[in-house]
Structure formats: C-alpha cells, structure tokens
Ligand binder design. Structure first.
Ligand SMILES: [Zn+2]
Length: 463
C-alpha cells in the first residue's frame, strides 16, 4: 500500500512538473514536491538511492547557494554524476521536487552525489526522511528573524537534525563559534581563515568596520564574552575565551593568504601541510568563505577530486542569478548583488566601495519573500557609502525608507535620488553614468525578480 501511495505521489509530481514546464506556468521547483508531500508525508523516505550514493547537505545563513554551486560544479568537472537543487528551493518541497524530477518512474535515483542546499529549519525534517552522509555549515548570522527567532533556536534546529544520526560527517566553519562548538558527538572537520595581512579587517582599534556591537559573541561553553584576536567578517574570526580557555578548533582546511582585484580573488589553501593556489572570479571575503567551505566539502566527500578539477570548475563557474551578475545596459557595465540581511549587505558594500568609479542603486521591497519588516536596513553599515560623492539611486516599494536610512548614514539629501518605479529609477541611474563607471544594483529578492521578469537580469537561476 505504502509503495502504491509513493508511486502515485511520484507520478503526480512528475506530471505536474511537466505541465508547469509545457504551459510555462512558472518555476516547477516547489509545487510538484509540495503536492507529493501532501499525498505522502514521508515521501522522500521511499526513494531508492544508488549504493554508495553520497548525500551532502549545505546549510547556514549566508552563502548556501554559492557553496552548493561551487561544490556540485567541481564534482561534475571531475565527471561525478551529481544533482543539486539549483533553483535554491531549499525547503522540503523543493527537495521533494528535485528527487521526483531526477528519479525514474519507479523512484530510483542513479546519481553518485546528491547535494542539497537546505534551510536550517528544514534540516531536522530532512534527516527524518533520508540518510545524509555529510553536512557542510557556512555561518550563522541574523537573518529574517521574523521566521525563526534567535540564533540559539537556529543552532538547536541544526543540532536536532544532526543528532538523529551519529554517522553524519560535519564540515564546519571554525571561525563561527556557534557552529564550531555545536553540541554533537559526530566526526568534525574544520575550515577557517588564517590570514595575517592587512587586507582583511582585524578587531583592532583602528578598524573602521568593527563588527556590529550586537554581534558580540558569547562563549558557547561558559557564556562569557569571547575575545577575538582577529575578525574577518562580522563575528567570524580567530577567538579565545578568557574565562574557560575555549579556543577556535585546529583547522583542517585553512586559507593562509589572499589577494583581490576588481574581478578576481586569489588565495592559498593549506591542508595536510600542502599549500595550493586557487582563484575565482568572485570577490569579497564572503566569497572567500564560500569557496573555502566548498573546497573543504569536496576534499572530504570526494578525495579523488583534484585541485585541477576544483580550479577548472571555479573558472567555469556561472554566477548565481543575482549574486554578482554582470549585465550591460546601454553599453555601460553593471553588476547585480542581491541583498537580504545586515551582514550580507554590509559585506557587499565594503567590497564594492573599494572599486574605482563605482555607482550605486538600491532597490528595497517588503514583499513576503523579502521579509515584511524592513527594520534590518538600520543594521546595515550604510555609512560605508558616506565617502561616496555621486548620486545614489533608491527604488522599490520601500524607496522612502531606504532614502531615510541613507540620510541617517550621513549621505547628503541632494545625492539621494528617489523613484519607487524600479525601471524608471534604473534608467535614470544608467543615464547619469559615464562609460568608465560601473553601476552596482543592490536589490532585495523580489526587486531582483522584477529585473528578471523585465529581461534585465538573467533567468538562469530560476528555471
Ligand atoms: Zn568560555
């Protein structure tokens, strides 16, 4: 009977996916899986995976999509049969859709690697239904608090997911104390930055970009405030507890130095006492972490994938929709960077303001997928833009809130150009530029979708 219900659910999902595609009814990345799960609650349990198939989950607040892409791209370059939820549909329904699309009509999946970008709260639901072999965790930042509450709740959800199976191997960001010391007996590998040069912010007194005071991190063991020898990004860094002597774990994978120019990030990776150089056409410390997490995962899950495969996959990496996409508008260069939470947005600003002739447009919506509450804008370090002397274009449904936020970041009112019509605002921004300048468009998720619908951003990520 169970088998019959499974096949019925599977075929329903398959037929729905097909119909959605044929009639172009939108993205078939969630709905078919949702229907299948409503017909059979433990739908995912019934798929038959190939013997030795490895299931890898990537979770965390920021960088899940990029890390998942890096990882699956490298495995594919090494000729491993790999699937991943590329549309970023990271809830159970998205994973159910992926499984039903990739399985044959009997529910057999013949791939060697299944990589699942998974929302933190979905993890325990997922471990209930499928055998997971590896979990890579990127970081834990404040993100859409209205959905999950405090970070402590998030870490408990992750622990709940992991502790259902002690055989799951963990690949953890050692620079994030909450992740490095999550409560689990499982085998752990650690990755982190060990950079001494001055390119990356330290926690020193001259540091202009000292992490948000709210990001003060308490010791996971004794709850006293941790002391950071160095912070690389928000609360991520090399720490020690002055009270109980807890310290960042020994690193299995570390980046020892890095160099960046306008479009490329070069870095050295040290693992098992061997140093190797890599580069990727993405910039920013956040992408350094994403690349590092992906390499740590690749080397753990598939040790025969070589550095050549990894480097080749970095070079061919197609940017995820909106996470650093280059477009040309009236012969002028423009890049789109999605912003969705204070830490991510601050890091994007820090990276982009260093680029000569940068111009900015910010588009803020407050639709459901963006998070209805735009108060997060007050936690973004928009003061980074205060040395920028050109106009800044603000748009989206909450253009006026954004303009007010910029005013409080000491940006002159004359510089702020408000137009809640996204396309008109974009046209004005492009018109105001000369050909040497580069426009950086920073939209929230649904503003990005609007750019995609208008054919301005590529649709690759969503189809
Ligand atoms: Zn302590």
């Amino acid at each position: 009977m169970e088998k019959f219900v499974f096949l019925l659910s599977l075929w329903s999902a398959k037929i729905l996916s097909l119909l959605i595609r044929i009639f172009k009814l939108g993205q078939a990345s969630n709905f078919p899986g949702k229907i299948a799960l409503s017909l059979q609650k433990d739908f995912l349990k019934h798929f038959i995976l190939k013997e030795n198939c490895k299931v890898i989950v990537i979770t965390g607040t920021n960088g899940k999509s990029t890390t998942t892409r890096f990882l699956s791209n490298a495995l594919k370059t090494a000729s491993k049969k790999t699937i991943f939820n590329k549309s970023g549909a990271n809830l159970l329904s998205g994973i159910a859709t992926l499984f039903s699309t990739c399985a044959n009509v009997f529910g057999t999946i013949s791939h060697e690697y299944i990589i699942l970008e998974t929302d933190e709260a979905t993890l325990p639901l997922l471990t209930d239904q499928i055998k997971i072999n590896f979990i890579g965790i990127t970081n834990l930042f404040r993100d859409q608090l209205d959905r999950y509450g405090e970070l402590d709740t998030t870490i408990k959800l992750i622990e709940k997911g992991i502790n259902k199976d002690k055989d799951i191997v963990l690949i953890l960001n050692a620079d994030d104390p909450r992740i490095a010391y999550l409560n689990s007996p499982n085998k752990k590998y650690f990755y982190g930055l060990n950079i001494i040069d001055s390119h990356i912010d330290s926690n020193g007194s001259n540091n202009k970009w000292l992490a948000d005071p709210e990001e003060i991190t308490s010791c996971p063991k004794c709850n006293n405030i941790l002391k950071f020898e160095k912070k690389f990004l928000a609360h991520l860094g090399n720490y020690k507890c002055p009270t109980c002597k807890l310290a960042r774990p020994e690193l299995d994978f570390e980046i020892t130095n890095h160099k960046t120019d306008e479009q490329t990030l070069y870095f050295d990776l040290l693992t098992k006492k061997i140093k190797s150089g890599f580069f990727t056409h993405m910039i920013g410390v956040f992408n350094l972490y994403n690349a590092l997490c992906a390499i740590a995962c690749i080397k753990t899950v598939s040790p025969d994938t070589t550095n050549v495969h990894i480097q080749r996959s970095f070079q061919s990496y197609s940017t995820i929709f909106g996470r650093g996409e280059k477009i040309t508008l009236e012969n002028k260069t423009s890049w789109i960077y999605l912003i969705k939470n204070p830490t991510g947005a601050t890091e994007v600003l820090k990276t982009l303001t260093g680029i000569p002739n940068a111009r900015f447009m910010i588009a803020i919506n407050d639709n459901f997928a963006d998070g209805r509450d735009v108060s997060w804008l007050w936690d973004v370090r928009f003061d980074i833009l205060s040395s920028h002397k050109k106009e800044i274009f603000v748009s989206g449904k909450r253009a006026y809130d954004m303009a007010l936020r910029l005013k409080y970041a000491d940006i002159s009112q004359k510089q702020i150009k408000i137009n809640d019509n996204l396309i008109k605002s974009l046209k004005d921004a492009v018109k105001s530029m000369n050909e040497q300048e580069t426009l950086f468009i920073l939209p929230t998720y649904t503003a990005l979708l609007e750019l995609q619908k208008r054919g301005i951003a590529k649709s690759e990520f969503l189809t």
